[in-house]
Design a protein around this ligand. Structure first.
Ligand SMILES: [Zn+2]
Length: 335
């Protein structure tokens, strides 16, 4: 990943045009934080940044739509640049912070719910990790052949970065690592679940937002055998339909991870489309089951000094730095 200052400086030099003809840019968001909030594991944008992003789009004559609406426009061959907003995982802050901002801007979005965790009121694995590191009492703990330093916020952030790659694994490996970590750190209480309740999710659909599927428990799908993938995918479509009264039309693969079996599971569950985490823009001929999405994080919008840079944010949304960013490491990598 290239540095923010370099990207900001580059954005001064080039005004990259929006894509020509009919094109759909799908933006990938996760959480929406209160301005000034500093969580150990940051997965999303500040509400001020989301507001500024919508204002930028409005000045460009763009009103965000849902993924299904964006795809319908592409299918009609409606010319112009269309932008769809998406929010992954189903956090409560999507309802309490994003929804009022979207409503105020006349914008719509697609929200992908981790249905099984919402149902069980369980935190996703990365929140378990952050909670364990945040609540551990000891300043240093031996774990997995190394010593985790936890003396201050910076040390805990380093420990988190050290542990994250090993947790991008099959559910059983992930579970064993997390349980081992909690035992080593002496953390007994579960991480609080910050996902929305079904009641809160109903407020999203009532406001005209689209609800999509995001599996039951957020596994890396390609680590699972075909049958288990089916349970995760079909199970999430069924549970959302049961709780919210409408079957999702699409799915976001957790972490973008998928293989041929995941695509088949999505089709069999009745999905009309699926989004990935591969950056890029979608043209009229795009494969609806491997739609590209672009992250539009704080880091993609804030210039030197931490102020919203319209020029940088616009360049990022136009994909000026897609080729410069390596995957899966870097800002494009979600959990
Ligand atoms: Zn996710």
């Amino acid at each position: 990943m290239i540095g923010r200052t370099l990207r900001w400086a580059s954005s001064l030099l080039v005004r990259r045009p929006w894509p020509r003809g009919a094109a759909l840019t799908i933006v990938r968001h996760h959480r929406v934080y209160a301005d000034g909030e500093r969580p150990l594991y940051r997965l999303g944008v500040a509400e001020g940044v989301l507001r500024a992003q919508l204002a930028l789009l409005r000045r460009e004559g763009l009103v965000p739509v849902t993924v299904s609406e964006g795809l319908a426009r592409l299918a009609e061959g409606r010319p112009g640049h269309h932008v769809a907003l998406t929010f992954d995982d189903g956090y409560a802050d999507n309802v309490t912070r994003a929804l009022p901002i979207l409503a105020g801007a006349g914008a719509r979005a697609t929200f992908f719910l981790t249905a099984g965790l919402i149902e069980a009121r369980r935190a996703p694995w990365w929140d378990e990790l952050a909670h364990a590191l945040e609540t551990a009492r000891a300043p240093a703990v031996p774990f997995a052949g190394t010593t985790l330093e936890l003396g201050d916020a910076a040390a805990r952030a380093r420990a988190l970065r050290l542990l994250l790659p090993g947790l991008r694994a099959a559910p059983a490996t992930q579970r064993a690592l997390l349980d081992g970590l909690r035992a080593a750190l002496g953390v007994a209480d579960p991480a609080p679940c910050e996902l929305a309740t079904w009641e809160e999710c109903r407020r999203l659909s009532a406001a005209g937002m689209e609800i999509g599927a995001h599996t039951l428990t957020h596994p890396f799908l390609s680590t699972l055998p075909p049958g288990a993938q089916r349970e995760e995918v079909a199970g999430s479509f069924g549970l959302v339909e049961e709780r919210l009264g409408a079957r999702p039309r699409g799915i976001a693969f957790p972490g973008g991870d998928h293989d041929a079996d995941s695509l088949e599971a999505a089709r069999d569950a009745g999905a009309a489309w699926a989004v990935t985490t591969r950056a890029g823009v979608n043209g009229p001929g795009a494969d609806p089951f491997t739609l590209r999405r672009r992250a539009w994080t704080d880091g993609a919008c804030l210039g030197p000094g931490g102020r919203f840079s319209e020029r940088l944010a616009r360049a990022e949304l136009a994909g000026a730095f897609d080729a410069w960013r390596a995957r899966p490491a870097g800002a494009e990598a979600a959990p």
